[in-house]
Write a protein that binds this ligand. Structure first.
Ligand code: M6P
Ligand code: ZN
Length: 184
């Protein structure tokens, strides 16, 4: 049982999440097969290239209703062909579960898609806050030349449904066209 005054057990400074049981994971280009449209360009790239890393604080076991998780993602700048480096993207297994993303540093775009496959995007940057509604898939692209850092908080019973995206993809892609990001 907790009593008295203690130091905070967790630190979430501008861009670091650390503390006991903070999980770390990373995705390299090799883990992102079939994610990018231009498979030929992907084939030609070094599969060891780090695309993004995630630190997350997941206190309750996955699936626990009512608890919250927190994470921070570091997404490197780069492109596969004309397509910006991006996260895999997912729906929540539990489609009713929502999420907050917020921009910490760098420049990017949150790409959202509802179940009718309508796609839209929100610019991300330092201090931007994004509410991801129920039944909306989400992925982030780094459109800048610096690392993009964004944080997230989501329910512990959300779960990641990557399969639907692997099978059907997003209906639009964020490509660099004439030096600018466009949803195509
Ligand atoms: C955010 C959260 C995490 C997610 C991560 C990377 O930190 O939404 O749940 O895992 O981004 O995104 P993805 O799982 O789509 O690769
Ligand atoms: Zn999510």
């Amino acid at each position: 049982m907790k009593q008295g005054i203690t130091d905070t057990p967790f630190y979430f400074t501008s861009d670091v999440l650390k503390g006991d049981n903070v999980k770390y994971s990373e995705r390299r280009l090799g883990d992102l097969k079939s994610v990018f449209a231009d498979e030929e360009s992907w084939e030609a790239m070094d599969k060891d290239t780090l695309a993004y890393k995630v630190s997350s604080l997941e206190i309750a076991p996955q699936g626990t209703p009512g608890d919250l998780y927190m994470g921070i993602t570091y997404l490197y700048p780069g492109k596969v062909g004309k397509e910006y480096f991006m996260t895999k993207g997912h729906f929540h297994h539990n489609r009713e579960c929502t999420e907050f993303y917020w921009g910490v540093s760098g420049e990017g775009m949150l790409i959202l898609m509802d179940e009718d496959r309508n796609v839209w995007a929100e610019r991300m940057g330092p201090g931007t806050l994004h509410y991801i509604p129920p039944r909306v898939a989400h992925r982030v692209a780094n459109t800048g030349s610096e690392i993009l850092v964004f944080a997230a908080s989501w329910p512990s019973n959300a779960g990641h449904d990557y399969e639907t995206i692997a099978r059907e993809g997003f209906a639009k892609r964020l490509l660099e066209i004439n030096g600018k990001p466009e949803l195509v």
